[in-house]
Design a protein around this ligand. Structure first.
Ligand code: F6R
Length: 588
């Protein structure tokens, strides 16, 4: 009964629950906690009968504290209607007030609980599925919702802004917010558009348009099921496994791009005048590295925007803009919002890791990253595969712009092949990096500094550190340190410098001297001026040099991932499920 939830537990949750029909009643089980789903529900027998109708949910608290009452499923007053919901119902306070005035009793603080009560209210005047439809039309905000009714027609589902799909396995329907849990059983899937509702029952599946109420013809599709079921493959955590998978991921990215380049070239049939990259978190950092590469190589203006700001800012868009949306999950609410905000004004290309995800389906073009399922909450292999994909996108646009000739494209692609061997060399320095992490494990704060293309790498290093070890870490351009953060530097402040070979060596050395003078503890990651940097650094991690400076960040970020990982392990943190974080942020 909980195996579907188990497949999604990596995404983060603080409570969970499910509801199913038992005789003439709806039975609900809920648990509070972040432990393994299997352990939280231990002792409860699995239901395997084919008539079982079960809806389940993992909650990541937004409205209301973490407690049993706020865990899903939520019920109506008579305990006849159960609802699970992802997303946020923005007008819930208003709806709740009206429903309370009509006598409905609420037991949770959640936005979701208005839904079963609203359905219950409308059902007084119409048939159940019409009542569900009417209720969903009254909701503002986002939802992927499942509704189960005692004596009902089966399960009703609907989506608006949050992902939901149905897989077909023998006579069963497997409903999920993500493709991972169902791929083990089937490759036949039905995806839904925003504003669609479906009913699955013994009679099959029926799909409706929520606004018109009319029935919609819809076909299932076969999806490529190349990815095996995930496990930690002998590593102690997904994060470690995923860091170590990077050489293989980069080889896959290389092979995929080499095989697809002609198709991409045909599909992207215009030359952009400007590129706007949108994303969140690590994906935004990848975009920033993309800006350094593309502006330099293509001589095109490139803006990098936080999706959450961009979507509401009323940005100026031009007809030859290309918006590049970067997202591992393809379900990040703000990035979806940004993509939707530009539809009809600019073309959208998504760089995404999940097949047929919402962002992919809203985009004009897609480049899939070849990371495979990323289970650890902190992005590692997805980040480096985003960098690799941006590099290839850059080459492709370069080809269109005439910056690079087809004859030299091959050489540029070949340079990429050096990467996986070099990452292996870095991974082999694991013991050294683990030793260095001991000097960080008891710190409260850390600064990460870099220049040029390695400045976003410093941002990413700081994000990794704070996410998994809970050490407060900030990334800055190295020269910006003088404008404020330098006040923080004393013997208690570790400063991680990221430096790639090139025009900035002397300047980075100056910044290091400034830190040293104030007693800061310096850890350097570099392939550059090693001997001079060694003199001022307390610890140094040397990465192999690569001539193509655009590919440097793919190397310098790996030790930073490892540093965050080992520091977190030494501090006893759960690296795969850091507190308060969800793998896929489907609320804005
Ligand atoms: C950091 C991390 C997050 C994600 C961000 C965007 O390690 O994983 O910052 O990068 O939530 O997620 P996606 O890429 O799925 O849109």
């Amino acid at each position: 009964m909980t195996s579907g939830l188990q497949a999604l537990e990596y995404r983060g949750y603080d409570s969970c629950g499910y509801a199913f029909l038992l005789g003439n009643t709806i039975k609900v089980e809920k648990r509070v906690g972040k432990g393994k789903i299997r352990e939280l529900f231990s002792g409860i027998p699995e239901r395997t009968d084919s008539q079982a109708c079960i809806i389940s949910h993992t909650r990541w608290a937004t409205h209301g504290k973490i407690c049993m009452d706020n865990a899903h499923p939520h019920m109506d007053c008579k305990n006849e209607i159960a609802v699970v919901h992802n997303g946020i119902i923005e007008n819930y306070a208003h709806l709740r007030k009206i429903l309370e005035q009509k006598g409905h009793r609420f037991i949770s603080e959640t936005d979701t609980e208005v839904v079963p009560h609203l359905i219950e209210e409308h059902e007084k005047h119409m048939r159940f599925h019409k009542a569900v439809m009417k209720s969903l039309n009254e909701l503002e905000g986002s939802f992927a919702i499942l509704v189960l009714r005692k004596d009902g027609p089966g399960i009703i589902g609907a989506r608006k802004g949050s992902p939901l799909l149905v897989g077909f396995y023998e006579d069963n329907f497997l409903i999920s917010s993500h493709i991972n849990p169902i791929m083990e059983y089937t490759d036949r899937v039905m995806f839904f558009e925003d504003g669609e509702m479906f009913i699955v029952s013994n009679n099959g599946i029926r799909v409706f348009n929520l606004a018109s109420g009319g029935e919609v013809e819809k076909n299932s599709v076969r999806i490529k099921s190349g990815f095996a079921k995930s496990d930690t493959g002998g590593f102690e955590s997904y994060m470690q496994k995923e860091i170590f998978e990077q050489p293989e991921v980069l080889n896959r990215t290389f092979e995929s791009f080499s095989a697809e380049i002609d198709r991409y070239d045909r599909e992207i049939d215009f030359l952009p005048g400007r590129i706007i990259i949108v994303g969140c978190g690590s994906s935004w950092h990848a975009g920033l590295i993309g800006k350094y590469i593309m502006e330099d190589f293509l001589r095109l203006p490139v803006d990098v925007e936080y999706a959450s700001e961009f979507r509401y800012r009323n940005p100026v868009l031009l007809p030859d803009d290309l918006v590049v949306a970067i997202s591992q999950s393809g379900e990040t609410a703000d990035t979806i919002g940004a993509v939707k905000a530009v539809q009809g004004y600019a073309r959208v290309l998504s760089i995404c890791n999940v097949l047929n995800s919402s962002i992919v389906r809203e985009s004009d073009y897609v480049f899939y990253t070849q990371a495979g399922p990323e289970i650890g909450v902190a992005s590692t292999k997805a980040f480096t595969s985003q960098l690799a994909t941006l590099y290839f996108l850059n080459l492709l646009i370069g080809l269109k712009k005439g910056v690079i000739a087809k004859s030299s494209l091959k050489k540029r692609i070949e340079e990429f092949k050096e990467l996986s061997g070099k990452i292996l060399e870095i991974l082999n320095t694991m013991t050294h990096i683990e030793k260095i992490s001991a000097s960080l494990q008891d710190r409260q704060n850390a600064l990460f500094l870099g220049r040029g293309i390695h400045f976003p790498v410093a941002l990413e290093g700081a994000l990794k550190m704070k996410e998994v070890s809970y050490i407060h870490a900030e990334g800055y351009p190295a020269a910006e340190m003088k404008h404020g953060p330098i006040a923080l530097i004393d013997e208690h402040m570790p400063v991680v410098f990221v430096s790639g070979a090139g025009r900035f060596s002397a300047k980075v050395l100056n910044n290091m001297a400034e830190v040293k003078l104030r007693g800061g503890y310096i850890i350097t990651v570099t392939d550059d001026s090693v001997s001079e940097m060694k003199k001022v650094s307390d610890e140094i991690i040397v990465v192999p040099h690569i001539d193509n400076e655009y590919l440097g960040p793919i190397l310098t970020v790996v030790p930073l991932q490892m540093l965050a990982f080992f520091t977190a392990i030494k501090r006893g943190c759960d690296v795969d499920k850091p507190r308060n974080l969800a793998k896929s942020v489907t609320v804005e």
